[in-house]
Design a binder for this molecule. Structure first.
Ligand SMILES: C[S@@+](CC[C@H](N)C(=O)[O-])C[C@H]1O[C@@H](n2cnc3c(N)ncnc32)[C@H](O)[C@@H]1O
Length: 365
């Protein structure tokens, strides 16, 4: 039977090496064999665990953040909620449980858009969200294109979405900067990285800092994120909206952040293609820089620890613990630790908000 490895091998042998961006796209989203189209990556038994899968507190606190923002900008009469890459749908489930307690917010919320490209995950999201009461369920709509949302204000949330988008990589070799490509060795029957024969215009994206230009240095260009953000920021500007982005932060300018996760372990991304989750680190400085082109206001980036503590995660955990049995108590404490511990997600994850309006004392930042 044909599988993704064979498809990619054939493509490389017939048409030459594949850019890293095409490789990521195929590995994660190939319509038949892509990772997000065949696997439920999340949860305890899954390959990796995201913040909303760790604890209900995550989605609940994001809901409080959205309500607080909406209040601070004067309670828009009609607005939408959007989530990018909703995974299993659990974040939205926790989010909706909280906003249900604010009837005015629910009433003014026109629609809830879930931006999902994987038909497989969309089915899982539909199933998990079917528990939501009908009045709210009616507002939920799945979209595959940001241009499908009407031009009214929105609050958009993206947790671990941008780290799944394809990037390009260039590397400084003895003969100059070259694009890193996926190649196939027929003798060894395995994939390997090779370099474009000619110089690449991607070199124009390099920062002007010469100090880091050592042979072997790798620079990543998240061109998909940039074009996605340009479209998003244009909409935020037009409709007086906001977004909240939470993701794995890129801390080094020059690094190879391409990684693959299988069974909660980091593995070589060239192994288990289509059967493991490929992601990269997200450049928050670039998000901020892109937003300035649209004259938008940014809050952050701050780390996830600071953000969640300011939103009251310690108090929320206390309340949950009060009403829990001993097994549940253990789980709540473990979840809290995972989300805010500096050695765990507390420091590796960053949070940024970009909005049209300048909001003073925005909670979390
Ligand atoms: C790493 S998961 C994050 C899941 C979820 N936000 C969470 O926190 O549990 C990435 C999500 O983005 C979706 N996704 C990945 N690439 C996408 C793309 N190019 N367009 C739309 N959705 C995409 C995936 O299908 C998945 O739902």
């Amino acid at each position: 039977m044909e599988n993704l490895k064979q498809i990619l091998k054939k493509r490389i042998l017939n048409f030459g090496p594949l850019s890293i961006s095409d490789f990521i796209l195929e590995a994660n989203l190939n319509s038949r064999f892509g990772y997000y189209n065949n696997n439920l990556p999340f949860g305890k038994k899954g390959d990796y665990i995201t913040s909303p899968e760790i604890s209900q507190m995550f989605g609940e606190l994001l809901a409080l953040w959205a309500i607080d923002y909406w209040k601070k900008i004067g309670e828009s009469k009609k607005f939408n909620i959007i989530e990018l890459g909703p995974g299993s749908g659990i974040l939205m489930l926790d989010f909706l449980r909280v906003i249900k307690l604010y009837p005015k917010f629910i009433e003014k919320c026109n629609q809830i858009f879930l931006f999902e490209i994987s038909p497989f995950l969309k089915k899982i999201q539909k199933k998990n969200l079917s528990k939501v009461e009908n009045k709210i369920l009616k507002k939920i709509k799945w979209i595959k294109n940001l241009n499908d949302i009407p031009e009214i204000p929105f609050v958009l949330i993206a947790n671990e979405f941008f780290d799944a988008l394809p990037i390009k990589q260039i590397q400084l070799t003895e003969i100059g900067w070259r694009e890193r490509m996926l190649n196939y060795n027929e003798d060894k029957k395995s994939f390997f990285i090779s370099y474009s024969k000619n110089p690449t215009i991607l070199e124009n994206f390099l920062p002007k800092n010469k100090k880091y230009r050592k042979i072997g240095s790798i620079y990543e260009i998240p061109f998909n994120m940039i074009s996605f953000l340009e479209n998003l920021f244009n909409k935020i500007k037009k409709t007086k909206s906001t977004c909240l982005i939470i993701d794995y932060a890129k801390n080094k300018k020059f690094e190879n952040s391409l990684k693959s996760i299988k069974n909660q372990k980091i593995i070589n991304p060239l192994k288990k293609i289509g059967n493991s989750d490929i992601s990269t680190h997200v450049n928050f400085d670039l998000i901020k820089k892109t937003s300035t082109k649209f004259n938008l206001n940014s809050h952050g980036p701050v780390n996830q620890r600071q953000f969640l503590i300011e939103l009251g995660i310690l108090y929320r955990a206390k309340t949950l613990i009060k009403n829990a049995n001993s097994k549940q108590r253990k789980k709540i404490k473990k979840g809290l630790d995972f989300l805010i511990n500096k050695e765990k997600m507390g420091k590796i994850f960053n949070v940024i908000s970009i909005s049209n309006k300048k909001v003073n004392n925005l909670i979390g930042f």
